[in-house]
Design a binder for this molecule. Structure first.
Ligand code: GAL
Length: 672
């Protein structure tokens, strides 16, 4: 069933803002469940995820199932008007399964097998795992899938989270089959992997292994394909469960929970299979950049499937327990962080977890209902937020439309962070932080697009180190600019093809028409080295990390390196191409330099809402909602774009508006 016809529990007129969390009733006596449901109602909870880690309780021995207790929980939820996001428990096989079937557990690159006693000790390719997971899913949906409390199905949990890569023999066989489908003959595989290097030529597929432990660098093309294969292998297992659920209940939407910028899975490829895209986000409140990281996280997740609603499936109310030092959110900060997600289009705000555990590895992780119960200050925050959200249901169908897109791809991420690169410390996160920092201060929100996606809806695109791209993707970016778009492209872009083979000649491959220069070599700079950059008007900024060794060609040089071994080389160029303009940046400009760059284009020159505050807009036809969030512990003033009604207070507002510490405002107005 396609996304268009599949009902979604979110994003439609009349839907509430979903609010709730993971509910693990199996950790508590049945007497506690009634109290849970009563307190959920008090907090305005309307959706909880059940069953995620219940496999051992639902199937205590192979083939012996017990669904009665979960049915009772669903009855209680239904009686209280609370929906259930019913999860398949397949992320944590029970000890009997691991004991009976050794191959259920994954194997590391040295050949050591993981043990049960934690969670996610599973090999997703193991036929035994697949058979048991499918049997569990089939039985679950038979027994409980038609319960009236069920609003959504949640497959597995955080696929690939703890042990992304398995190197067992099942994986070896499956990898070979995947490669054979991709390349056909072994000669073509040898060509694709460049195995002439280091005597790696294969005489048959049987000799091919997963990238197990090797004396030094493995083959980068093999490593890249193993990442592609692994993402596909997990997706195949997801689709297997999805098919069973869909066949039984075609009317119930299906999801799984993503983790934002999570490297092992190509979420763009996955997201088209989800009816609702869900994500788990645990920003570190002790990190001053956490607000910016969350903005990026939510914008990315919203962009993964542009026609599906998305929601926050997990976050913590105060603190996690898995960092070395778990700083809590300041009082009020949790609320601000939720309005940030709402402003970026979230259809729901859920937490891990409803009630804080007594035992187990997460007993010191905060929850909606803390250990100390309803007297804990965190509980009051949970209740306040739930009551506020109940007033914001009209936001459900309102969408976010960004004007600027970031071009991003998982295969590029895998390849650019591959082995033995010129700068091993060139990371995707680092490049995003560098290129987006000042943009996020200016623009309310950004979309993320794959290099082959239709970019025409955007006024500008930002391209951070798109090292790997296909000819067709390159042509797409070039034709976007030709058609009138503006592109900001950073160094180390267009370097290799899909096989991670270098595109010869000056660097840049299909992006060269947009670069304005010939990049003849590259120079990662010594740590701490700061180069001067001189702009056309004589202004000076600085640069670090990297310098292209380039000569100008058809571009206009806007800035040059002004000292160091490459003094005089172009650092920033503008190239008119067709009806558009491309800006190429051959070094890591400081933020003052980036600000000068973004000032050059109308789409990126916005002054922004002011430090520490965020402004986002959601629209539904003529209804316009401006969300303003103060992400600081001190009062801030913001300028409202349009006069309107502030929905949390009901007050008419216009002009300058004051936001309390960690405060938020949702201002409704009509277009035109
Ligand atoms: C997530 C996971 C939850 C819980 C949470 C703790 O990764 O899905 O089950 O472990 O982290 O922060």
């Amino acid at each position: 069933m396609s996304l268009d016809t599949s009902p979604s529990p979110a994003g439609r007129a009349g839907d509430p803002v979903y609010y709730g969390g993971d509910y693990n009733p199996e950790q508590w006596p049945a007497s506690t469940w009634r109290e849970d449901v009563r307190l959920m109602r008090e907090a305005g909870v309307n959706l909880v995820t059940v069953g995620v880690f219940s496999w051992a309780r639902l199937e205590p021995q192979e083939g012996r199932f017990d669904f009665a207790w979960l049915r009772e929980v669903l009855d209680l939820l239904e009686g209280a008007g609370i929906g259930a996001d019913l999860a398949t428990p397949t992320a944590s096989p029970p000890p009997w399964a691991a004991t009976r079937y050794e191959d259920l557990a994954p194997v590391d690159e040295r050949g050591a097998r993981y043990s049960h006693g934690s969670r996610q000790a599973l090999c997703v390719v193991s036929p035994n795992y697949r058979r048991l997971a499918l049997a569990m899913t089939t039985k679950l949906v038979d027994e409980l899938g038609h319960h009236p409390a069920v609003r959504m199905f949640h497959v597995h949990n955080e696929y690939a989270c703890h042990v992304p890569y398995c190197y067992c023999d099942h994986h070896a066989a499956s990898f070979r089959a995947w490669l054979q489908r991709r390349y056909g003959t072994v000669e073509e595989l040898n060509e694709a992997w460049g195995t002439a290097f280091w005597s790696q030529g294969y005489s048959s597929y049987e000799e091919v292994l997963p990238p197990r432990m090797t004396p030094t660098f493995g083959n980068p093309a093999q490593l890249l394909d193993y990442k592609r294969f692994t993402s596909d292998a997990y997706l195949e297992q997801f689709l297997e469960e999805k098919q069973v659920l869909r066949a039984a209940r075609p009317d119930v939407p299906i999801t799984t929970n993503f983790m934002g910028l999570f490297k092992p899975l190509d979420y763009f490829a996955w997201a088209s299979h989800l009816d609702v895209v869900c994500t788990d986000n645990y920003p570190d409140p002790g990190d001053p950049d956490s607000t910016a990281h969350s903005a990026l996280h939510y914008d990315l997740v919203r962009s993964l499937n542009k026609s599906a609603p998305w929601l926050v499936m997990e976050q913590t109310t105060q603190r996690v327990n898995w960092r070395a030092h778990n700083v809590p959110k300041a009082p009020g900060q949790m609320r601000a962080m939720n309005y940030q997600a709402l402003g970026r289009g979230a259809a729901g705000l859920l937490f891990f977890q409803w009630r804080a555990s007594r035992s187990g590895a997460e007993k010191f992780h905060s929850a909606m209902l803390p250990h100390s119960g309803v007297d804990a200050p965190g509980w009051a925050e949970v209740v306040t937020l739930g009551r506020e959200l109940a007033r914001l249901g009209r936001l459900a169908p309102a969408r976010v439309q960004a004007e600027v897109a970031v071009v991003f791809s998982w295969p590029n991420w895998w390849a650019v962070e591959g082995v033995a690169q010129p700068a091993q410390d060139l990371t995707v996160q680092g490049q995003l932080d560098w290129m987006l920092r000042s943009l996020y201060q200016r623009l309310s929100t950004l979309d993320f697009c794959q290099p082959g996606e239709d970019l025409a809806p955007y006024k500008a695109i930002v391209v951070p180190s798109l090292y790997l791209l296909s000819d067709a993707e390159g042509a797409n970016l070039v034709s976007y600019v030709e058609g009138g778009g503006t592109a900001f492209i950073s160094f180390w872009s267009g370097i290799v093809d899909e096989r991670d083979a270098v595109r010869l000649g000056p660097y840049g491959g299909p992006l060269r028409p947009l670069m304005g220069c010939d990049v003849l070599d590259v120079a990662p700079l010594p740590e701490g080295q700061v180069l001067e950059v001189e702009w056309e008007d004589g202004a000076r900024t600085t640069a670090t990390f990297w310098a292209d060794v380039a000569v100008e060609r058809d571009g206009k040089v806007l800035a040059r390196l002004a000292d160091g071994p490459w003094a005089g080389r172009p650092a920033v160029l503008a190239t008119a191409h067709g009806a558009g303009t491309a800006y190429y940046v051959g070094t890591r400009l400081d933020q003052a330099g980036m600000a000068r760059l973004y000032d050059l284009a109308r789409a990126t020159a916005s002054p922004g809402p002011g430090p520490g505050t965020e402004r986002t807009v959601r629209r539904d036809g003529a209804d316009r909602y401006e969300l303003l969030v103060n992400q600081t512990p001190t009062e801030r003033e913001v300028q409202l774009t349009w006069p309107g009604t502030e929905l949390l207070s009901g007050a008419a507002v216009s002009g300058r508006h004051s936001l309390r510490p960690w405060g938020a405002a949702v201002v409704h107005s009509k277009e035109g």
